[in-house]
Structures are given as C-alpha cells and as structure tokens.
Design a protein around this ligand. Sequence first.
Ligand SMILES: [Zn+2]
Length: 104
Amino acid sequence: MRQHLTRLLADSGARPVVGAEDGGALRAAWSVDDADYALVATAASALRQYLAAHGFARIGVCTAGNCADVYLDQSPGGRRRFCSVTCQNRTRVAAFRSRRAGTG
Ligand SMILES: [Zn+2]
C-alpha cells in the first residue's frame, strides 16, 4: 500500500509549492502540471497526510454485502464496520428479514 501510494503521487506529478493567499500570506500547497491529475493528486496527498499521522489502524473496508467503500474510523471505540449509515441500515434490514423468514 505504501509503495502504491508513493507511485500514485509520483505518477500524478504532484509536487509541493509555496502558494500565496489573497492577502499575500504564504502557504504550503501542491501543484500538478496536468489538471486531469488534480483529483488523483489531491486524494493521494490527503491519504498520505492521514497515514503519516495515524497509520493504517483506523482504515477499514465496509462490511455491507455489496459495498467495498473504505472509511476512516474516528469513533471512540474504533469498532466501526460500515462506510455509512445507509450501509448499516441496509445490513440491519437484511438481517431482520432473514431472521423473520427463518421463523415465519
Ligand atoms: Zn458501505
């Protein structure tokens, strides 16, 4: 994963630059030569920053049946299982209907 992320950053052409706010204040920023790579560079840069600060421990893949979305678990207990409330509710409804069909 680490190598893939590094390669993704390199392939996107993301490079650090010194930007300027409207008032002239300087800020750290990233730039790409090809605007088509801006989204990839932004996502990879955000993931790089998150991983450097928090590691992989709180990154998970949704456990809902037809979902492979990835989430960042920021819950206090670190026991998140779903990417969204929608997936959580769909899984609960499916489990309820399965139990009901088994007993009815
Ligand atoms: Zn999901």
